[in-house]
Every structure is written in C-alpha cells, then in structure tokens.
Design a protein around this ligand. Sequence first.
Ligand code: PLP
Length: 420
Amino acid sequence: TRGVAEADPAVFAGMTHELDREQNQIELIASENIVSRAVLQAQGSVFTNKYAEGYPGKRYYQGCAPSDEVETLAIERAKQLFGCGFANVQPHSGAQANGAVMLALTKPGDTILGMSLDAGGHLTHGARAALSGKWFNAVQYGVRPDDHLIDFDQVERLAKEHKPTLIIAGGSAYPRHIDFARFRAIADEVGALFMVDMAHFAGIVAAGLHPTPFGHAHIVTTTTHKTLRGPRGGMVLTDDEGIAKKINSAVFPGLQGGPLMHVVAAKAVAFGEALQPSFKSYIAAVLENAKALASRLKERGADLVAGGTDTHLALVDLRPLGVTGRDADEALERAGITCNKNGIPFDPLPPVKTSGIRVGSPAGTTRGFGVAEFRDIGDMIADVLDGLRAKGETGDPAVEKAVNDRVRALCARFPIYPEA
Ligand code: PLP
C-alpha cells in the first residue's frame, strides 16, 4: 500500500507545510498543544475503520471487542485523572460535549445562564450566533469593569430574575481561577443545575494545580486537546448516576452516530500520559511560563486583563501600546509567532479588530521552553509591536525579519517531531 506522499502529493504537500510551520513557529494559541508521537500514532490507526455505535459491552455492530478495550481504558483513565465516577469519552469535540449536556438536561426554550463571549465565555454557552443562543433563552453574565473578575452580584441577580435550568461556568479567555463553590450556591438557590466547562484548564485540574470543579458541579465538560494534550475531541464527566445515564443517551443516539474510535484510542493514550508524574511537572512549568510571558509583556508596556494569570493563558490589552489585536496577530505571524486577536472585556473595537491578543504557554512548554525562553518570547512580541506602532499597520519588515531569525534559532534548539 502506498503512503500519502506517493498516493496524494497535493495533500502531502499541505501536511509537510503544516509540519514545517509547527516545527519553526512559536505556537502561543492558548487552546493548542503538541501531542506525543504515541497520541498521533493512535489517532492515525486502523480504528478509523471501525463502527462502534453504543458503549463497551453494548454495541450495535459485531467486531467491537478491540473498540471495547480502548474505550474502557479511556473511560477508566479519565475517571482516575479527575477522581470522578463517570466519563463519556465519545463527544467528537468540546462543542458536541456541551450540546450533549443541553440535550440531556434541558429542553429547547429553557433558560440557560452562561458567560458572554465578550467577557471570555465560549460560543456554546449561549452566544447569539450559536445553537445554544438560538434554541434557548440564553442569558449572559460578564466580568466587573474594574478588576475583570466574574461579576458574581450580576450572576446572582440574573439567576434570581431568570430562573435558569442550567448555569454554566468556564470560558476560552478567562485567565483567573473560578469560584466554583460560589456558582453552586447560586445554582442551589434558584434550583438550577451547575455545569463547568473546563476545556481550557482541564490539564491543570488533572495535575492537581487548579481548583477542581468536582464536588461543586453537577456536570463537567472538557475538550481533550488543550492543556490536557490529547487528540482533538470532547468528554463529559459527572459523579451523579442519574445524570450519567442521560448523558450516555444524549451523546448516542441523541447527538452523534458512531464514535471516532481512532480518536477514542488516542484519548486513552493521552490520559495515560497525563497520569504520569511527568505530566504534573509539565503543568507546573506551563503555569510558571504563562506568568513569565505575561509579566515580561507588562514590563514592556502592555496591560494584562484581570491583572495577570492563574492559568496557562493571558489576555493582553494592547491599548497602551497603540496597536490593535488584528494588526498585532498579523505582524506576529509574519515574524513566526502564532497567537490570536481577542476582544478584551468592554472592548471599544469590534471582534474583527479587537484591542487584545490571547497568549498561552501549553505548546511552547511541551517543546521544552522554560521561563528564560518565555521572557525572551515576551521581548520578541514587544519588539514586533513597537515596530508596528512606529511604522503603522504594515509593520517594520526589518524588525519582523530579525525577530523571525530569533524565532527560528529558538525553535531549532527545542525541536519537535525530529524523526518526522
Ligand atoms: N468550550 C470551551 C471553553 C472552549 O474554549 C472550546 C474551544 O475553544 C470549546 C468548548 C469547543 O471545543 P471544540 O472546538 O472542540 O468544539
């Protein structure tokens, strides 16, 4: 059988470009990571051929014994990682995991209460453009203007006024710890179920270096590809047996057909890695590195939303530097540093421009960068942004070229997939 290089040179060219990009750019997108060879191999395995509708021991097709083996490993490892009683590892993505919770525990037209996109929430938490915002009466809370922390007075007021069925905590651009106990108390007061979407910080919870939502949330969802460093995918966890049954029916046959067994196998491998002591040191470094990068950017004149970070990500307010998020992320990409523009709370600019960028440490830490390297990256970013301010939106080509040389030299010192 021919490999992809021979069978399809056009697609192989794209794959080669992506490998080169990952090897030679500094990846700061907070929701991304660099998986191990073992995870890649499991995801590229023959399990992609298999239909395994149902759950281990209760499948609809024959030939599912190997699928049962890997799915059971994924489930048991997930439960062990988070110290919980139930895991459904089949959601194809984080959005699917959240959709399954809504299908299981709410009805269209119900009221849900989640964090707004502007404040750092996710589309699936009730944003107007998403299914969660169209099929539900979605009420949204935000952060306080002065310290950018969750406005619990507002959460409580909205909960009492609107009596939601489901309250959601968690987000994509919130850099601080979340007070899960306070959310649960509000949920109990109004008879709501409380869900935590820990997609971003799941790896930190798994390592025991972030407060756990278990013991507070009725239900927890996550992606598996961010700090958890697994394949792209989702997962739903709970300690409540009644909710667990409903979740299984909601994922299949409610929302999905056959699970992606190759992804489930890769999830099992990633969870096995996250159970090793080395994962805890990795996450400790992720946290230290995010702080180092954020504080260097602050020293170089940027503002930090919420004053800093407790996690793997920082939201950087670029207004003191006089550049927009869009110009910044484009200039940084030209210099070989990948991040994303991001609205800041109460952003005066529209989402296509924004006043901020979001940066994260998970991928860089995986390739071995430490505090010194992340401080250096902070300087590289600030140099590019200074060039942008001096020369306008086209940026300063000489500065961007000089930074790109530094980026390439740093990446060469910390190679990834060297055997590819
Ligand atoms: N939930 C949160 C908090 C996220 O940040 C994301 C993705 O960024 C998702 C859910 C959705 O995950 P996916 O892109 O896998 O659907």
